[in-house]
Ligand binder design. Structure first.
Ligand SMILES: *Cc1c(COP(=O)(O)O)cnc(C)c1O
Length: 401
């Protein structure tokens, strides 16, 4: 008798053995800086809701109004029956935020990357990709059928060398990078990459998923932060992090957007973003532009936590926890093994702190990944630091290996 699925059990056993096993953990209550877990309130350092908009009344009311007016589903591809004026409004708002000619909304950030990379690149082309890029960029690169060369994280000299060595043998070339790296919190060397792209006649795509609404004077992202607004960049991002909704986008020249509308399979062959998600995102873009205080508060919180953590865990310390360098609201505490980070995450949870353990294969080394929100209070941050210090002392005394 054949057992064509029996390998699944074996595969799961292997995953368990490596401490790589993952399962979902329900949270209860409205999205925010404090959520409920197992019926207990926990301070939430695990969400990408940087500005605290996912639980904002104005986004919720916008979504409710859109559902009441248009219904729940978009009912078809944007190119067939699923396009509404609301989508146009959102695309215009995103283009205005990014100061680009146009924008195109996708049903998720993941799809925006798959669709865009695979539409811009073909078999005769070259992709240079940062080794720490998000899965959606990596999968998009594979899907494109082009030649993909990974470069060491943030290594501009290597990018130059690869371009010198290989650029001539390919028709088109695309550099792809996260702008804020999602599992480390550091930034890509954008101005240097842009200069190289121009020198070597290459396109540059940056994924602003963790930067939109967070970085730059008006919240336009890393491109604005580095003073690169208006330059020839393909900007991809998500509506589901600081914008508190669901969906993705590409912003750039009108020609680029027109091309993608015709060639990006991830736009063409999927149902348009729902009215509720579209309306919520539209409300969020307005708030990003009008309420810069939220951004200021977010960065104040980043500074507060970073100072507290770098005193304890920065530089040379004999503790087994180390703060990784970051220039964003993503702060990571690296530890020695998956087992340790799992235990640390669990113990923090018992102290009322939700800080997720991130392990291989998502990242090369295990770490606690904290994300700050504009709506965290100084008390929330203080409680975290106290809880972590208590656990770290246990580590030092050897209980926590
Ligand atoms: C979250 C994320 C995405 C995917 O966005 P979704 O809208 O959640 O699909 C893409 N790129 C990066 C860097 C991300 O962090």
């Amino acid at each position: 008798m054949s057992a064509p699925y029996s390998w699944l059990e074996d595969a799961l056993t292997t995953i368990h053995r490596a401490d790589w096993y993952r399962s979902v953990q329900p949270i209860q209550g409205r999205a925010g800086a404090v959520v409920q877990m197992n019926g207990q309130p926990v301070i939430n350092f695990a969400s990408n809701d940087y500005l605290g908009l996912a639980g904002d009344d104005r986004l919720m009311q916008a979504a409710i109004a859109a559902v009441q007016e248009f219904g729940t589903g978009s009912t078809g591809s944007r190119l067939v029956s699923g396009h509404r004026d609301l989508h146009d409004q959102l695309e215009r708002a995103i283009a205005a935020l990014k100061q680009t000619e146009a924008a195109l909304v996708f049903s998720s950030g993941y799809l925006a990357n798959l669709g865009t990379v695979s539409a811009l690149v073909g078999k005769r082309d070259l992709i240079l990709s940062d080794q720490y890029n998000h899965s959606s960029l990596k999968q998009g690169a594979i899907l494109s059928g082009g030649t993909v060369l990974d470069y060491p994280h943030g290594d501009v000299a290597q990018v130059r060398q690869l371009l010198e060595q290989h650029r001539d043998r390919y028709r088109r070339c695309l550099l792809i990078t996260d702008s804020v790296f999602s599992m480390d919190g550091d930034l890509c060397p954008l101005p240097a990459l842009l200069d190289l792209a121009e020198t070597f006649d290459a396109m540059l795509l940056v994924d602003e998923a963790h930067a939109t609404g967070v970085l730059g004077a008006t919240g336009a992202g890393c491109v604005e932060h580095f003073g690169c607004t208006g330059r020839a960049i393909v900007q991809v991002g998500t509506l589901s992090k600081a914008l508190g909704s669901l969906g993705g986008y590409v912003a750039g020249s009108a020609t680029l957007i027109d091309y993608l509308r015709n060639r990006a399979a991830g736009f063409i062959y999927t149902t348009g973003l729902s009215p509720a998600d579209t309306a919520a995102a539209l409300a969020a873009v307005a708030i990003v532009q009008q309420e810069s205080d939220r951004r200021r508060q977010l960065w104040q919180n980043v500074t507060t936590l970073k100072q507290a953590l770098s005193q304890q865990f920065g530089g040379n310390t004999d503790l087994k926890i180390q703060l990784l360098p970051s220039e964003s609201p993503i702060l990571c505490l690296q530890v020695a093994s998956p087992a340790i980070v799992l235990r640390l995450g669990k113990q923090l949870c018992q102290s009322g702190i939700f800080a997720p353990a991130i392990r291989p294969p998502t990242v090369p080394t295990s770490r606690l990944r904290l994300t700050l929100m504009a709506t965290h209070t100084s008390k929330h941050i203080e409680q975290f630091v106290i809880a972590l210090n208590q656990l770290a002392r246990k580590t030092q005394s050897g209980d926590f290996q």
